[in-house]
Ligand binder design. Structure first.
Ligand code: MN3
Length: 244
């Protein structure tokens, strides 16, 4: 089942690339139209996890992953689908990112669930089985320019996550000046939103809600963040950065 879904996703992604390469119109792929910086073939729908629930152990335990994906994140996706219908959003005509950019025009339900869905979809992709990867290429150069070093970036980002009071997210963001910056948002807000103080395109996001870590780390959010660096999928983060 999961393999089948994966190959379907690969097929869609490759079809999109092939269409670009041959100059075919992307109108045959409405879900991709105008959404070049989005990372999912159908951004309004929860995508299969790119790995097993236990893949991120020992950093994130299988039960936390399963509850997080099938309960918390699935609920955001369902509530987003309801809000999109209730508030008459044409998902063929607008991207999820554009909806987030103008989210102040919609209800609190839309804000919480569009943000919650988008943030989790990005979060899953930002992780992979512990590999000891380090940032490379253009992303590594941009990190050196903005922060001085990867270690300095990690310190700032970890502080942003630790110091976010209550529930929220820590972010590495490409801002309007094409500079990398670090910050955090409350609840399920994100830096795409017009209501957010931190603004830009999310490159890397970290969920610091207690549901993301409480079973294993209890109240020790800093321990969770420090361990989390071991499962960051820098190969994905590099691609994401280069797509912006
Ligand atoms: Mn979460």
């Amino acid at each position: 089942m999961e393999n089948k879904q994966h190959s379907r996703r690969d097929f869609i992604a490759n079809t999109g690339k092939a269409a670009l390469a041959t100059g075919l119109s992307l109108t045959v792929l409405p879900s991709l139209a105008g959404t070049v910086s989005e990372f999912a073939p159908n951004p309004f729908v929860q995508q299969p996890l790119p790995y097993d629930y236990k893949a991120l152990e020992p950093v994130i335990d299988a039960m936390t992953m399963e509850i997080h994906y099938t309960k918390h994140a699935a609920t955001y996706a369902k509530n987003l689908a309801d809000a999109v219908v209730a508030e008459k959003v044409d998902t063929n005509a607008t991207s999820l990112e554009n909806l987030l950019r103008g989210v102040s025009k919609y209800s609190a339900k839309m804000r919480n669930n569009a943000g919650g869905h988008y943030n989790h979809e990005l979060f899953w992709q930002c992780m992979s089985a512990p590999t000891g990867q380090q940032p490379e290429g253009k992303l590594a150069a941009a990190i050196a320019q903005s922060f001085g070093s990867v270690e300095a970036l990690k310190t700032q980002f970890t502080d942003a996550g630790k110091n976010r009071f209550g529930s929220g997210w820590a972010w590495l963001v490409l801002n309007a000046d094409k500079k990398l910056v670090v910050g955090s948002t409350a609840n399920q807000d994100n830096p795409l939103m017009d209501v957010s103080e931190l603004k830009g395109s999310p490159v890397l996001g970290l969920d610091v809600w207690e549901h993301a870590y409480y079973l294993k780390y209890q109240n020790k959010r800093p321990d969770y963040i420090n361990a989390w660096w071991n499962v960051v999928n820098w190969r994905f983060v590099e691609k994401r950065f280069e797509s912006l």
